[in-house]
Design a protein around this ligand. Structure first.
Ligand SMILES: [Zn+2]
Ligand SMILES: [Zn+2]
Length: 217
């Protein structure tokens, strides 16, 4: 799973120049200049356009280096050192702000996946289909767990999984195929089939669909 960013929101420093709380931003992959990483996946950056570091930076850089950039005050988490970083526009880093609500919701999803996977071992014996579908139909869940869910759903052999699988759009087409094959397998083993006209589940031997009344011969 991706980094748990929540800890970076616990003690967000403020900018010593403007007293604004710094923004929690994704660190760019490479430390421009020396080619090294930042040593942190996030950076705290003052994105206040009124901050004097930013306001005065344009003139300072123009005079010193002769190009059109400014500075943003920044801190690296875990370090007390103050830094500035050069930015070419006022919008730089505004698209990299990490949203705590988004982080919380990803974490919640991950916890739910973990809880569901923890029930996998007993799912077949307990005829407990819910955690299997929970993981299989979660596009953000890990592939290995989703593949395992397919195998277990096949073993569990309950046709209640069929519609859920058929109605889901799998971004991973290989996994989608495995899941749909498992659904077909479950239907067969329960002597059922899907009506080719209305897709309702009917008896494998039916010659007229009990739902749409159409002829299947
Ligand atoms: Zn500031
Ligand atoms: Zn039908």
């Amino acid at each position: 799973m991706a980094t748990d960013y929540r800890r970076f929101f616990e003690n967000i420093p403020t900018c010593p120049y403007c007293e604004t709380e710094l923004s929690v931003c994704e660190a760019p992959p490479v430390h421009v200049g020396d080619g090294l990483g930042w040593g942190s996946e996030v950076l705290y950056i003052c994105l206040n356009d009124e901050c004097k570091v930013f306001v005065n930076g344009w003139k300072q850089i123009e005079e010193q280096f002769g190009h059109n950039s400014s500075y943003r005050y920044m801190r690296i988490p875990g370090s007390n050192e103050s830094n500035v970083m050069m930015v070419g526009t006022a919008d730089a880093f505004k698209g990299s702000i990490i949203d705590l609500a988004e982080v919380e919701s990803q974490n919640k999803r991950f916890q739910e996946e973990k809880a569901a996977v923890a029930q996998f071992d007993t799912a077949v014996a307990d005829k407990n289909m819910a955690p299997l579908l929970r993981v299989l139909l979660d596009e953000a869940a890990t592939l290995a767990s989703r593949q395992r869910a397919v195998v277990l759903l096949k073993e569990l052999n309950d046709i209640a999984c069929v519609d859920a699988i058929r109605n889901h759009t799998f971004r991973n087409t290989g996994l989608g195929m495995e899941a749909n094959n498992a659904a077909s397998h479950v239907l067969e083993r329960n002597f059922k089939k899907e009506c080719p006209h209305c897709a309702e589940i009917i008896k494998a031997r039916a010659i007229v669909c009990m739902h749409c009344k159409r002829d299947l011969a």
